[in-house]
Design a protein around this ligand. Structure first.
Ligand code: AHR
Length: 662
C-alpha cells in the first residue's frame, strides 16, 4: 500500500466512519436573520510563486528580456557562425541602476539566418494558431543600419510564424521602440522565438518582448485572460497581493518594494524571486520578478474583477525562516513612509505626489483602498514593536484604513498565543490567521471560530488549504478528500461570518512545469488552465455569499461534524433566497430533513448544486478539468409542511437554493 492510500484509509477509518445514522430534522428559521456577511468574506490570495506572475498571469513570453538575470544569457541561445559577420555582447550602463544591462550587436552581414538569438520562453512559449503576436524591442543605433527578422518556432524548430522590421539607420543616441506584429500558423505548447540581425554597424537592444494579443481586456503587454477569467468567475470580495513570503524576502534586499514596481516597465528593477532558491528539491534558477505585474496592475486587476485591493507590505523584517534580518526601530521611517505613500498612490488626487504618479499611469480615479497589511508571516515581540510604529503613523493620517496584522505561520502554539494576545490588546483592526492543515484538522476545527470574541478584532483567514500529506510537503495533492474537508471547514467560517470577515485559500496559481508548492487552487500550462476541486468549493461559497447569516441547527446546535455532517446557511436579500451549504464527509449517504419556519410560503422547487465523488483521490487535470465540479439539478419541497428532504450522497458537498419569492 503506498503512503497515499494508507493515509486515505486511515483518514476514512478515523474520521469518516459510516454515515448510517438515523434521519434528523434540521431547523432553519428565516425570520431570525443574523449579522450581515462582509462583501469581502471570500477572496483570493495572489503571490508570484509557482510561476504565478512571470511565466504565468503576466503574459510576456520572453524570459530574461533585459538580460538582468544573474546569468545574463539565461534563457537565450546565441547563434553566430563567425566573428566576421558580427558579435553579440552584454554591456553595462552604470548610470541606469534599475536596468543596467543591454545587448550590443556589431553587425557585418547581409542576409538573414546567421547572427541571432533564440529565447526558450519560461517553460517554452505557448503559441496559438492564427493569433497575432506583438514583438517589441528598445534599440539605439550607434552606427550603420539594421533589420530584424523574428520567427516563432515549434518544438521541431520549424518556423510557424514570422515578421520583419523595416530597415533602421541613423545615429540616435536615445532608446527608441520598434514593434512588429505577426501571426502564428500553428498551436504549439512549447514554442520558442528566434531573432535574426542583419545589417552593417553597431546597435544596442534592450527589453526584447513578445506578447500574445488575446490578453485580458486586450491590453497591450497585459495579463493572461484565461487566468483572470478564472478569478473573475469566483466573484472574489478582495484580492490580497503580492504575497506571501515574497513580501518579506529572503533578506531585506530581496523584499518586495512597491515603488520599484510602478512606472515604465524598463525602469522596474528586477529581483530574484525568493522561490528561486527556497526549496532546493524544487529549485527554479530562472525564477525572477520583473514586475511587469506591479502595484498599478494589481490595483487595476482588483478593479477589473470588482475585488477590494488588499496589499501587504514589508514591516522591516525579512522572512524569519530565512535570514530573519531586521530593521532597527530607529531606521523604520522609510518602511512606514512606503505604507503612507501607498495609500496616497491608491487614493490621493493629482495634487498629491503619489496620486500624481497613479494619474500619470492612466488612472485619474482613485482605487479606493480600504485595507493595508503590515507584515506577512512575522512573529515575536519584534513584530509587535514594529507593527505599533506602523499602526500609529497610519491611523494618524488615515484613520479609515483598516490594518491587517499577522498572527504568524499557524493557528496555535506560543507564537500564535503571544501575537493573538498582543494584537487584541493593541485593538488592531484585523488579525490574519494562516492554516495549512491536514484534512482531519479542518474537520475537527469547523467550530474553531464559534467562541471567538465578537467585540475584538475581525478575523482574516488569509492563507489556508488542506494538505493531504505532511503539512508543507510538496507531495500534497488537490484531490477530492482535500476539497471536501475544506468545504466542511468553510461552513464553520461562514457560520462565523460576523467575526470572520475575509478568507482566502493559498496559493492561487501553479504552472504544471514550474511549481514550488502544492496544493494550489488553479493549475495551468502554457495553453490550458483548470480549477481543482478546491477551486470549485471556493467558488461555490463565493458565488453564493448571501447577505445575512441564518442559523441551521439540529436540536439547537450548529452542524459542525455531528455524524459527519457540516452545514451553514445564509439569506440573500436581493434574490430573496435561502442558501444552505451542507457537507457529508462519510462514505455512505445520509438523509436528513430541513424544517423551514418564518416563511409564509415555501416554493415547490429548490435548485441544487452538488459536488460528489466516491473516490477521495479524484483530481481534475488538463485532460479532465471538470472531473470533480458542481452538477446542477432541481429538488422538490413539501410546500405545505415547509420541509425539504436532504438526500446527501457519501462524500458530497451540496448547495441548496430556495427562492422564496418570484
Ligand atoms: O502560500 C505559500 C506560502 O505559505 C506563503 O508565501 C507564505 O506566507 C506561507 O508560508
Amino acid at each position: 500500500m503506498n503512503m497515499n492510500r494508507l493515509f486515505i484509509t486511515l483518514f476514512a477509518t478515523c474520521i469518516l466512519s459510516p454515515g448510517l445514522f438515523a434521519q434528523k430534522t434540521l431547523q432553519l428559521d428565516v425570520s431570525q436573520k443574523g449579522a450581515e456577511i462582509a462583501p469581502t468574506m471570500w477572496g483570493v490570495f495572489f503571490e508570484d510563486i509557482n510561476l504565478g506572475a512571470d511565466g504565468g498571469i503576466y503574459a510576456e513570453l520572453v524570459k530574461n528580456r533585459s538580460f538582468e538575470f544573474f546569468k545574463p544569457w539565461m534563457g537565450w541561445e546565441r547563434k553566430h557562425k563567425t566573428f566576421v559577420e558580427g558579435q553579440l555582447q552584454i554591456k553595462n550602463q552604470p548610470d541606469r541602476p534599475s536596468n543596467p544591462r543591454y545587448l550590443s550587436v556589431q553587425l557585418n552581414n547581409n542576409g538573414k539566418g546567421d547572427l541571432g538569438l533564440v529565447n526558450e520562453g519560461f517553460r517554452g512559449m505557448g503559441l496559438k494558431k492564427d493569433l497575432t503576436y506583438d514583438f517589441s524591442v528598445l534599440y539605439r543605433v550607434k552606427k550603420g543600419s539594421f533589420k530584424l527578422h523574428i520567427e516563432l518556432l515549434n518544438e521541431k524548430n520549424e518556423v510557424v510564424g514570422s515578421g520583419e522590421s523595416r530597415e533602421i539607420s541613423g545615429g540616435s543616441l536615445g532608446w527608441e521602440k520598434l514593434e512588429v506584429s505577426f501571426k502564428s500558423g500553428q498551436t504549439v505548447p512549447k514554442g520558442k522565438m528566434a531573432l535574426w540581425f542583419t545589417g552593417n554597424g553597431e546597435v544596442d537592444f534592450d527589453l526584447i518582448s513578445l506578447f500574445p494579443t488575446d490578453t485580458w481586456k486586450g491590453r497591450k503587454g497585459g495579463m493572461r485572460a484565461d487566468m483572470i477569467q478564472m478569478l473573475a468567475d469566483m466573484k472574489p470580495g478582495f484580492i490580497r497581493f503580492p504575497g506571501g513570503c515574497i513580501v518579506e524576502g529572503f533578506d531585506l534586499d530581496n523584499r518586495y518594494q512597491w515603488k520599484k514596481t510602478i512606472g515604465p516597465i524598463e525602469d522596474r528593477q528586477l529581483i530574484m524571486n525568493r522561490w528561486n532558491i527556497e526549496f532546493p528539491h524544487r529549485a527554479a534558477p530562472d525564477y525572477f520578478q520583473t514586475f511587469g505585474l506591479g502595484f498599478f496592475e494589481y490595483f487595476q486587476l482588483a478593479e477589473d474583477i470588482r475585488a477590494e485591493p488588499l496589499p501587504i507590505l514589508n514591516c522591516g523584517m525579512a522572512c524569519q525562516f530565512n535570514s530573519a534580518e531586521l530593521v532597527e526601530l530607529d531606521d523604520l521611517g522609510p518602511y512606514v513612509q512606503d505604507a503612507l505613500d501607498l495609500i496616497e498612490f491608491a487614493n490621493g488626487d493629482a495634487s498629491t505626489a503619489w496620486g500624481k504618479e497613479r494619474v500619470k499611469m492612466g488612472h485619474p480615479e482613485p482605487f479606493h483602498l480600504k485595507f493595508i497589511g503590515v507584515g506577512n508571516e512575522n512573529w515575536g515581540p519584534q513584530y509587535i514593536e514594529r507593527l505599533e510604529v506602523f499602526r500609529k503613523a497610519i491611523k494618524e493620517k488615515y484613520p479609515e484604513i483598516k490594518i491587517v496584522a499577522s498572527s504568524g505561520t499557524t493557528t496555535e502554539g506560543d507564537r500564535f498565543d503571544l501575537l493573538d494576545k498582543e494584537l487584541r490588546k493593541m485593538k488592531i483592526d484585523i488579525i490574519d490567521e494562516h492554516a495549512y492543515k491536514a484534512p482531519s484538522w479542518l474537520l475537527q476545527n469547523a467550530a474553531r471560530y464559534d467562541n471567538y470574541d465578537r467585540q475584538g478584532p475581525e478575523i482574516f483567514v488569509g492563507e489556508w488549504a488542506a494538505h493531504t500529506r505532511n503539512t508543507g510537503s510538496d507531495i500534497n495533492v488537490n484531490n477530492w478528500l482535500a476539497a471536501l474537508s475544506e468545504s466542511a471547514f468553510m461552513t464553520g467560517l461562514e457560520r462565523n461570518g460576523d467575526v470572520v470577515r475575509l478568507t482566502s485559500y493559498a496559493p492561487l496559481f501553479a504552472h504544471v512545469d514550474g511549481w514550488q508548492w502544492s496544493p494550489d487552487l488553479i493549475w495551468l500550462d502554457n495553453l490550458n488552465i483548470y480549477g481543482t476541486p478546491s477551486y470549485y468549493v471556493q467558488k461555490q461559497f463565493s458565488t453564493h455569499r448571501g447577505t445575512h447569516l441564518l442559523k441551521v441547527t439540529e436540536n439547537g446546535k450548529p452542524l459542525a461534524g455531528q455524524e459527519n455532517v457540516y452545514a451553514s446557511a445564509v439569506w440573500d436579500e436581493a434574490a430573496k433566497e435561502i442558501i444552505l451549504k451542507i457537507t457529508n464527509t462519510a462514505d455512505t449517504p445520509v438523509k436528513h430533513e430541513l424544517q423551514l419556519s418564518g416563511l409564509k410560503k415555501v416554493p415547490a422547487k429548490a435548485a441544487l448544486s452538488r459536488m460528489v465523488s466516491d473516490n477521495p483521490e479524484a483530481m481534475n487535470s488538463v485532460k479532465e478539468p471538470l472531473k470533480v465540479a458542481p452538477q446542477e439539478s432541481e429538488v422538490s419541497l413539501d410546500s405545505k409542511k415547509k420541509k425539504l428532504v436532504l438526500d446527501l450522497p457519501g462524500r458530497s458537498f451540496s448547495v441548496y437554493k430556495i427562492r422564496t419569492a418570484n
